[in-house]
Write a protein that binds this ligand. Structure first.
Ligand code: FAD
Ligand code: NAD
Length: 459
């Protein structure tokens, strides 16, 4: 796109960091003809995270829940530049982002990007609370490579266990799959794993399937704490029926290559495991911590502090931050929040463009009457930028055996749903949330395939 608009005003550069829920929602809603839009993300696709827990066991194929950044960018009305790179450093004073290419062929080239406006949407990384041994031994469930790693570990352990005698304690260890964290990620994955054991392995490897054990460890007295109490009880009862070993009030303190050490009250227990999946929530990424460290106003360790217009405290005139990399009371790290923030920011940036155009005429114009008129237009536009208002539509979770729970909010009314019909509702809600028609079809086909042929157990 030309560096200037037809009236001679400069086209400002908008750099967007990340290709997740927040940034892609912004890109899809933005009028990209108004800015030089540059997207920087080490991941060249958008990932539909709500269905990620279904992928390690093969209920959903990984390719069905990704959408390339370039295909999204191509559909935008104006030109969009994409760098497959990660932001390493942000200088909010000089307005420069330092990026490093992730392409191995280029040996990780670094480059400086100058911006007029910056949107930070880099998400978060899994937290371990500094518990020793987690990074070295556990798998997380955040990105595609994590899901692939878990799948390989599960399948390999099952095959390895068949070579050992049933009396061998090593066989029992290999077949104990432990999930730590009873938030929705841990619960949905434990449920998918148990489904795979009951619905598929029971057919192909009946003996092994009886020995396999799924354990879910949660530090608090309940799992799924964001849901209504009745739904929590329903989910916990179902887990008992499904024979998922639920260890509540149990905090993991240490992890080795074969065992986790957990505390329940005063008692300490060693739990041998074959596969360990760690899902205890989010922590800020290094680039986020680096930015926080540079600014006096950024004094929270939970994420970037923003105001009610999603502007970064300390750089309100040029930086916005959205999604999981931020901390703002009442806004939780969910796809729903990040998605709505992206939509909101697209509207703000449209107004900002108009404000910048008026500012340009102000600089060009020396006529006092005209100046006053333009200034009043700018004021009006600024007033039109209202604070971000989150519209919570509810929470959904799959809990296994083709059952789901839902806390649905419609206006002021709240509905609590559970069971098999809710599973159908869960499926249709996620289908409708898929970013593209292609994803929708692929996900629906995956569900259909599994219901006819079962899950594939090859690695
Ligand atoms: P992300 O979607 O994580 O995107 C961050 C982006 O930044 C990625 O593209 C990443 O590659 C990129 N990035 C990372 N580092 C850099 C860097 N240095 N420079 C540039 N780019 C960078 N929420 C719900 O509401 N409903 C659900 O059902 C649900 N299910 C989930 C299931 C799982 C397994 C997980 C892990 C999360 C789930 N969530 C769900 C939460 C939801 O995925 C997050 O809240 C959401 O992804 C946050 O969006 P985001 O854009 O902030 O971050
Ligand atoms: P979470 O923060 O929701 O839950 C983590 C759980 O781990 C907590 O219950 C915590 O008590 C427990 N925990 C922490 N340390 C522990 C320890 N040492 N031992 C045992 N338990 C420990 O994390 P999540 O499930 O990864 O979710 C992250 C975000 O993504 C949340 O905002 C969540 O709402 C969102 N999400 C939503 C959905 C959905 O809506 N279906 C699905 C996945 C994730």
């Amino acid at each position: 796109q030309a560096e200037t608009f037809s009236n001679g005003s400069p086209r400002k550069t908008l750099v967007i960091l990340g290709s997740g829920w927040g940034s892609i929602s912004l890109l899809k809603n933005l009028d990209t003809t108004l800015y030089n839009v540059v997207i920087v993300s080490p991941r060249n696709y958008f990932l539909f995270t709500p269905l990620l827990p279904s992928t390690p066991v093969g209920t959903i194929e990984l390719k069905s829940i990704v959408e390339p950044v370039r295909s999204i960018a191509r559909r935008a009305p104006g030109e969009v530049t994409y760098y497959e790179a990660e932001a390493q450093d942000i200088d909010p004073v000089k307005k420069i982002v330092q990026i490093k290419s992730v392409s191995k062929d280029e040996g990780g080239l670094t480059k400086e990007l100058k911006y007029d406006y910056l949107v930070v949407g880099v998400g978060a990384q899994p937290t371990t609370f500094g518990i020793p041994g987690v990074y070295e031994n556990a798998s997380f469930l955040k990105e595609i490579p994590d899901a692939q790693e878990i799948r390989v570990k599960v399948m390999n352990n099952i095959e390895k266990a068949t070579t050992l005698s049933p009396e061998d304690p090593e066989r029992m260890r290999l077949l104990n799959f432990v999930v730590v964290g009873g938030g929705p990620t841990g619960v949905e994955f434990a449920a998918e794993l148990q489904d795979y054991i009951d619905q598929d392995l029971a057919k192909w490897m009946p003996e092994i399937s009886k020995e396999l054990k799924v354990t879910l460890v949660e530090a608090l007295p309940n799992i799924l704490n964001m849901f209504d109490k009745s739904l929590i009880e329903y989910a916990q009862d179902l887990f008992k029926k499904e024979k998922i070993d639920l260890k509540l009030n149990t905090m993991v303190k240490n992890v080795t290559g074969t065992t986790i050490t957990a505390k329940t009250g005063d008692a300490t227990e060693d739990i041998p495991y074959g596969v360990l999946v760690w899902a205890t929530g989010n922590a800020p990424r290094d680039v986020t911590k680096g930015l926080m460290g540079k600014m006096e106003q950024q004094n929270s360790r939970r994420g970037l502090l923003i105001n009610d217009k999603l502007e970064l405290l300390g750089a309100e005139d040029s930086v916005w931050a959205i999604g999981d990399c931020t901390f703002y009371p009442g806004l939780f790290p969910t796809a729903q929040v990040a998605h709505q923030e992206g939509e909101y920011l697209a509207r703000v940036l449209k107004k900002q463009y108009k404000i910048d155009q008026h500012n340009w005429t102000l600089v060009q114009n020396s006529n006092a009457a005209e100046t006053a008129k333009v200034q009043s237009r700018i004021e009006k536009l600024n007033d039109q930028i209202q604070p971000f208002k989150y519209n919570h539509q509810g929470a959904l979770a799959y809990i296994g055996s083709e059952k789901a729970i839902a806390d649905v909010a419609i206006g002021e009314s709240k509905y609590r749903l559970k069971g098999s019909w809710t599973f159908l509702f869960w499926k249709s809600a996620y289908l409708s949330m898929c970013l593209s028609f292609r994803n929708r079809i692929l996900v629906a086909l995956d569900w259909w395939k599994v219901s006819f042929f079962g899950r594939d157990s090859s690695v």
